[in-house]
Structures are given as C-alpha cells and as structure tokens.
Design a protein around this ligand. Sequence first.
Ligand code: DGJ
Length: 700
Amino acid sequence: MIHSWRLDDAHQTLVLAAQGARLAAVVYWGPRLPDSEDIAGLHAAGLIDLTGGMLDDIPALSICPEAGRSFQGQPGLVLSDDAGRPWVPEFHLVGAEEGEGSLVLSYADDNGALSYRARFGIDRETHVITAQASLESARPMRLHWLAAPVLPASQHAADMIDFAGRWCGEFQPVRTPWAPGIRMRESRTGRSGHEHFPGLIVPGQGATNTQGEAHAWHYGWSGGHRMVAEELPDGRRQIQFGHASGTEPEAGTRFETAPLYATFSPDGINGCAVAFQRHLRDRIVTWPKPDAPRPVHYNCWEAVYFDHDLAELKDIASRAAALGAERFVLDDGWFGRRDDDTTSLGDWVIDARKYPDGLTPLIEHVHGLGMGFGLWFEPEMVNPDSDLYRARPDWVLGPADQIPGRNQMVLDMSRREVRDYLYDRIAALLSDNAIDYIKWDHNRLLPTPDAEQTRGAYALLDRLHGAFPMVEIESCASGGGRIDFGILGRTQRVWLSDSNDALERLRIQHEAALFLPAVVTGSHVGPRRSHTSGRVLDIRFRAWVAAQRHMGFEMDPRELSEEEAGVLTSATTWWKANRGWMARADILRLDSADPAVIAEQQLAEDGARFVVFAGQAATSAQISPRPLRLTRLSAEAMYRVDLVNRADLTGLSRGNPALKSGPVTLSGQYLMRHGLTLPWSFPGSMWVLEGTRLQEEGTS
Ligand code: DGJ
C-alpha cells in the first residue's frame, strides 16, 4: 500500500509518498500538478529500475535517508546511545496530521524507543515551504547529525549555486557542476558566517534571473550549519541541511533542526528571491511599528571610531540630521574604558570620562533634531582586560589557552547567570535612556561551535524583546557574519558588510537580494575614500547604492563639500519620497547582457511603478551601453520611463539616446524584449530610472 500526501500553492506542488509504513520521500517537487493527478500512480511511475551491481530493491531517498535500510548515500541521521554505541533506527509511520497547507508525519523506530517527526508547511502567499525535523527518545542519545527533512535536487539541473564570503566580501556565489559524490559546506565558526551563507540555489538548465526553473533552500539557524548536496551512483540527488556536525555535544532526549525554507520558481531565479524576500519581511521579522517608514540611519563608526567627544558627536548629529538622517546610532566606544578594541567588552557601563553626565545630553540633542537614538552592544563577548573577566573568568566559553579573536573571548551563553547578567546590564541602559535601537555585534568566531550558545543568544534576544518590544535590533557580525532567518526572527535589520565601498556594496547587496528584502538590508553612504578598500568614489554613486536598500550614512559629515552635501540631501529626499512603496517592492535582479553592469528593478506590489538601478561596476568591453532588459512588466501595457539622475550625465556621453533629453514611453514588451538604451557613463556610477504604468493599456 502507498501512503501519499501533497502540498500545493499556485506555483508548486510537493508530493510525499511511502511504501507501507516506511519513511516518506519527496517524489515530486516542481510546478503545480493538476488536482486530478493520481499520486499513488505518480509514485509507482517514478520508481527507478534495477540492474546489475545494485541491491534487489532501491533504498528510498526519504526525508531522513536511513542507513538501517541500506541507504548507501549520506544518512539523514547519525546517532549513538549514551554509551557511544551506534544507534541505527528503522522508522515506521505512527501518525500523519494533514491541515490547510501543513503536514506532520510521525514515526517510531521498531523497538519504540525513538520517535522522529517531520513538519511541513506551505505558505500560499509567499510560496515558501517550511520543513523541520525533531527526534525524541526515552533514554539519552548522542546526536552527531540530524538533517532537516530532505528534499531532492532536480536531475535536470547542471549546476548548483552556493555562497562563499569573507569580511568585507560577503555573498560570493560559487557555481559548481553536479557530479557524482558530495559537495559539502559547513560553517564551523559558531555563526551562520561570512564563509558559508546557509543557502543554495539549484537552477534548471539555462535558467537566469528572469527565466527558467529554479529550486532554492535556506537554513534558518545562526549557529553554523552543514549542507550536503549529493549525487548518488543511481543519479538521484539529495540536499541536506542541518546544524554543523558536533554542535550538540551533550547527550539529550530531544533534538530539533532549525526550520528549512525552500521554494520552487517556475519563472527564473527571481521567483525564489521574491519568495524569500516576502517571506522574511512578512512572516519572519517582527516589526515594532509595522506602518512606520524605515528611518534614514546615521552611524558614527567610520567618523569617530573609539574617539568619542560629546561636542563633536553633537555637531556630527546636527549635520547628519540636516542631510536627512532620522536615527543616530552611537557605535562602539561609549562604555567601560573602551579607547580601542583591546578592552572593556562585558563592562556595559557608560564611560564617565567620555560622558560625565551619561548619554542623556547626547540623546536629548539627537531627539531635539527629530532623530531616534540607537546604541551599539556586543553582548556575547568579553575582553580579558575587563572588570567582568577579572570577576568571572569562568564565564568564558572554551579553553583558557584558546586563540583570541580581536583581543576578545566569548561568554558562555548557555549559562543562565551569564544571560541574566547581560540582560540586567542591557535592560538597565534601555530603561534609563531613551534608546529605540540596538546594533548587536558579534565580532569573533567561537572557539568551538555549540548549538547551546546559539540557543542562549536567542533566549537573551527573546527576553529583551519581551521586555522592550519597541526596540529594534540590527544583527551585525563584523558586517554580514550572522545573517539568516533565525536571527532575523529576532532582529529587524542586518549590517550586510563592513565594506562601505559602494562598488563592493553594489555587488554584495545584489547577491544578498536572493534572500533579503530591502527593508532589512542596511546600506550606508561611506567616506569619500573608503576605509576598507582605499578606493575613492563619487558621492553620487555612494548615495544611489545606499538608496537601493535601507539607507543610511556612515561617513564624517564634516568631510562633505557643499556640492557633496547637496547631492546626498537630494538622493535622500528621493529615497524618503519613495521608501513607502519600495518597502513592499520585489527586488528583481536583471539579466544584464553587459557583465560590467549590475542592475536590478524594484517592482511595486501592484506592478504600477518600478525603479531600475543600473550600476556601472566596471568599464564595459564594448564602447556603447548594451540595452538593459526589464522584467515582470505587462507586455501590453505602456510605461513612462524617466531618468531620475539625468544631471549625472558626463561630457563623454555625446550621442542622443532619447532618455538623455526626457522621459520615454514604451511598451512592457519592448522594455522586456529589447530593453532600455541607457546613456554612456563612467565606471563607478549608477543610472536610476523610474517607471510608471500608464492607465490605459495599449495607448500612450
Ligand atoms: C564591527 C562592525 O561590523 C562595525 O560596523 C563596527 O560596529 C565595529 N564592529 C565596532 O567595533
């Protein structure tokens, strides 16, 4: 007898099926199937054949492939008993609960000592499937590996795309051809990490941003993950995601994976990106003020570093406000005796040398300018040179002789007294001062990755949120070292990168849009000469790159010339005028025919307007710009398209593309098939174009 279940939304169908009481396998995941599909017949039709050199039956590639049932690829579960003896269960079905868009499958092993549960949900609006596995036992067990429910990868795909990265160079896509064997990525740093973002895209052959099929995965966990993409000798392919191996060092009676988010798109990689962007924004993040516009940030880090002087900071705040900033974030350096990065982490007390009257004079000044006030913390860390470490050296995670990172150690967040101490310190500061924002940093790798550390950090964040629900939090870890849907269930913004170099940022935020909507993605206008690359970039380019996401400034405003301040003010004014609809827009990555151009289109929820950002990231090989194809417009509709920053034309643009002198009116068909012809521009510049759908389709 075949058991089968299906989950559908308008784009996709996920079919699970099993022979008798065996563990279910995903036997179909792709475009929506007809309601009349015979699922049991589909399962039978999809069974693969046997030949020489194989077992006499095919071990199922189930949601938790079982070594105990002769599955010869990577098992979904590796377990031992408390004494360290391998425990190789064989599960059978004990219950299936089907709800509206949800399915819970429960299994027990043959002697009833162990139960395995897989939960699935499909969100019919966002098109994201959520899958999570848990394991329970009456007696203690040691978990070496538990995969979230395993989804197959298409055998029609040629490649897979995952993401590497580094400090100031997050989200570097790595395209790998499928081949027999395993591609494994594992973040063992105790963070989701710069090095291995927990995401995967499997594009169908020929798929691009705007066309073709694609499947995508994201593992919502901040403590380090492992991904296994395996092609078996028989051609089947599986994707496993779970916590990094060995991060559950203690024996226990219950273990659970983080939620795995997955989606199929029938219309390009953008379909996956849009599903993740919307799901994160509308289902994962909790917004203290859902209807309030995202405020323009000013962050003082690259202006003053540790050198805090109240009069100077007030002056900087006044200038930032005049440029359009609406939130002032006081970064590292305000507490303990923190004059550099060797000291004081853990001593969350305002430095009376720098702030003899506390933070109130600065906060009042900032409020007087109409801005909110945010404060930097790095709660999970301690410097050996700190009062906290001197009092509680035993609170440190890992061995005493570990290699420090940025002169600091990690606090053991699994300990209640550590969390209580941090809660008390942070809560006192939030209670005594009008602070509505925290930048929550995490600047070093853990000595050893441990899931309990992540659960401890989550518990502290949750407790603070419970007590101060109106305070927003930004997740930062040397830039983008802790970006994932787990932390974003507890925060409202990510500091995508420590690189404020607009050229680098343009690329990083383009790739990150595969998973992140603009509203959570911080992007700041950096100094004229970037502090992390040494590159000098024009204020126009810096301003427009920041305007692509949640805009902010991070340079010393005293370095701005009058002309630069004017450019920045007007780009900020444009951003404020448009942020309302842009907050709910989809970021669509464009298939630029010119590799020197990184371009995207942000399309309003109702499709009636869009903005295109076309960044000239390098000098083009050909002498004139190639047309840029837009996407997801109505072919029959007419659109008025205008260049927002026509004033940025240079003298080297000598021809007459119509856009140089005024708006153009073109059909969606033309814009999507031929594309927009843009004026010539310098590398390190950006064209910004606004498009409006005209009322009557087919007329101009
Ligand atoms: C690393 C962050 O990424 C920076 O933005 C800044 O907050 C520093 N830490 C402060 O130490």
